[in-house]
Every structure is written in C-alpha cells, then in structure tokens.
Design a protein around this ligand. Sequence first.
Ligand code: ADP
Length: 453
Amino acid sequence: PQFSQTHFSAPKPPKKIDENDLPMSPEEIALLNKFLHNTVNLMKDEQIDVRLRQNDPQSPLHSATSFRDLRLKSEILHALDVMGFVRPSKIQEFALPILLMEPPTNMIAQSQSGTGKTASFALAMLSRAVPSSHFPQCICLAPTYELAVQIGEVVRKMAQFLPEVKVHYAVKNNGVRAGTKLEEQIIIGTPGRMNDYLGKLQLIDPSKITVLVLDEADVMIRQQGHQDLSMRIYNAIETASPGVQTLLFSATYDQPVIEFAEKLIKNAVSVTLKREDQALPNIKQYFVECISRDGKYQAVVNLYSGLTMTSSVIFTHTKHSAMWLADQIKMRGYKVALLHGEMPIPERAQAIQDFKNGVYKVLITTNVCSRGIDVSQVTIVINYDPPVNESNSDEPDYDTYLHRIGRTGRFGKAGIAINFVDDERSLQLIKKIEAHFGKPIPKLDPDDMNALE
Ligand code: ADP
C-alpha cells in the first residue's frame, strides 16, 4: 500500500462537535467495554498494584493463588477448568478469599475492564446460592439489559455443572407478572425492573436474599435515577435481610461516588487494583498525512488489509464522518462495523458483538460515542480525527488519546496508533500530543507499512 498524498489542503475551520451524535451514556460505555473484553486475556499482572483497605480488623487477609485454595463447590471448580480459568486473576486473588469467607463480608471493588470482576462476583453469588432452594437468593443489579445478560451468561457457564442453579433476568418487557413463582436462585436485572420485583410485583422475598451485587457501581450511583432505585432496593433488602452481603464492583469510581458507597455499605473491605503505568509503553505511534477527507478515506483503504490482520478501531470526530467512512468502505466490498450514538441499542450491541467475535475486524466509531471505551484487545487504533478538547478544539484531549491508545498492545504484541492529519490544525494537535507524552510520533513512511502486517 502506498500513500500518494503528502500535501495539506488549505486550513479548514475547526470542526464542531456533531450535535446529533449523542455522547454515549456511561451505561452504554460500560456495555461496550464488557463486549470488548470478553474475548481478551487477562491483564498482565506486573503492572498492577492491589490495594486493600481493611475496615474490619477481623478479616483475614490472604491471597489465593489457585482456585483450589478457595472454598468453591467442586462443580464450580470443574466449570472453571472447562472455561479455561487456570488461576485467579490479580483482583480475584485478593477479592475471592474475602468474598467467600464467613461471615459474609461487604466489598467495594475497583479494577479496570477485563480484569475479572464479573467472574469474581459471579463466583460469590454461586457460592452462596443454595441449589436445592428454589427461590431468589442473589440479586445482581446492572445498568442495562445488555449488561445484565452478559453477567447472566458468565453465571450460567460457571453453573454448568450445577443443573439446579438457574438465572432469571429482571428486565423490562420480560412478560413476568405478579403472582409468578420465581424458582431461580440468581436474579440479574436493571434497577427499575428489580424494584418492581421487590415492590409492586412482590416476586422476591427480600428476607431471603443473601447476596446483593451492584455492577458498574459508579454508573449506578452517579446517575440519580439509578441511584434512587438502587438505594431503594438496597434498603429493602438490608432491612429484611440484615446480614446480606453487599458487593459493589466498578471499573472506576469518582471520589463522591466512593464516599457515598463507603457511607452506605457498612464495614466494606475495599479492593482496588490500579494500573501503575500511565505512559504509553509498547505502542508505536505514527501520523499519516492526507490531503483531504478523501485522502483519509484512501489511507484507510490502503491500510485495510493491515487492519484486518488484527482488531482495529477507527475513531472519527462526528457521526457523519463515521457513517460516511463506513459506507465508502462497504461500497468497496469490505466489512466494517459501525457504532455511533444514534444507533438503536440492539444494533449497537450487534455491532459490538460482531466485532468481538471477529465477524468484523474493523470498528468505526465516533469520538463522542467512544469516550470511555476501553479497547485493550485492539492492536491498531486509528485516530481518523484527533481527539480534541470539547471546549477548545485547538487543544488535544489527552485523556481520551491516552485512553484510546494506551491500552492497545498490552499482551506482548506491539500496539500501533496511527493519527491521520489532514490540515495544519490536526498536525499541531499531534505535535502537542507528542510533546505532552514525551513519546515520538513520527510520520509513517509508506515503506514502513509492512510493519503493520
Ligand atoms: P471484568 O468484569 O473486570 O471486565 P471479566 O470477569 O468479564 O472482567 O473477565 C474478562 C475476561 O477474562 C472474560 O473473558 C473472562 O471469561 C476472563 N477471565 C476472568 N477471570 C479469569 C481467570 N481467572 N482465568 C482466565 N480467564 C478469566
């Protein structure tokens, strides 16, 4: 592949953020991250620092380096084998002994997407659920239907040798009516519907609940609607079942959220797993000069075969350019997945799922839409448009840049970030990014393109 364009067009006025492209909600971001991480190996341990803050001096603190060190049912151990879980991830190593100990202990846990949180609380629920008791015992709240389903799938896989253990989804329009007798031990759902289950539908006896999980806890607490409902559910259960084990899991917590959570959940052990390295290790960054929008498109076409060798994400500034680019590429008979804020949720979920499953190797998504998305299994990131500060489009959005590319190439593979530059302004943005992170962003030499393949 060759780049023929090496000249800039006349400077264009900075592009406006596309007002029609709604920013993704935190729920949607959480969902997307979930999909993206389901196929990924776990994060490398060396970069991780686990902090345990123990509020309860009684809690024994030890780490479990093997699942067999834990008091897990043999059927669950068997399932873990089948699932290829050889040993606990870092967060699991520290969280599981606490999650499984007696008496049940509350936990507020934080670690990035893909580190094994879902698996941790799924194990906690499965360990506490009594298979022979056919009524709801564990409740897990997630911000969206799709996230609830993701969790349910993990639980079901882990329960594959526990045929009596069943999962029920408490989500909108599931057709469940008052008077239904729920036999499932594990109920996973959204706060609104779960609140109905506990309240007007009377489908769950709160006094029988032994575990309450809030996944994506920061989303649940930050957003007023979710927060009110989650609080109501928590209060109902805590009142009826004072010993309930309450577990909050999240990839991030804002300070006010963590303060709120700590006040709410009494005697919770905090488990925090932070990645130390905020630099951009192991990632080759480049920029590519393109003369115009068409030039950028041409560059994508030139790169296409390289992009499809692995998973790639292309970030554009607006929904329109994302759609335009996707159409152009599709017209050439290539396959790409498209994701923007105006697509209906099922379509988005499908796009993500297809990307995750490798049906599409290339995902085109908007800047706005992608904020917060964690693309760690992606090896090539293309900044079709550089990420810019919302209030001043002459300033790069460094966090977004770091977020997008800082997690590629984590698993030994070299990650590659390619920044498209089509005018003086975008070139200056890249220069600023280069200076900010102190890592060179050389111009990509067309002869070097083999490096991508
Ligand atoms: P999170 O909830 O933090 O995003 P998950 O629990 O979904 O992370 O785990 C991310 C991926 O890693 C999933 O595909 C999951 O099946 C897998 N996984 C989790 N724990 C382990 C483990 N101990 N060994 C191997 N794979 C694991």
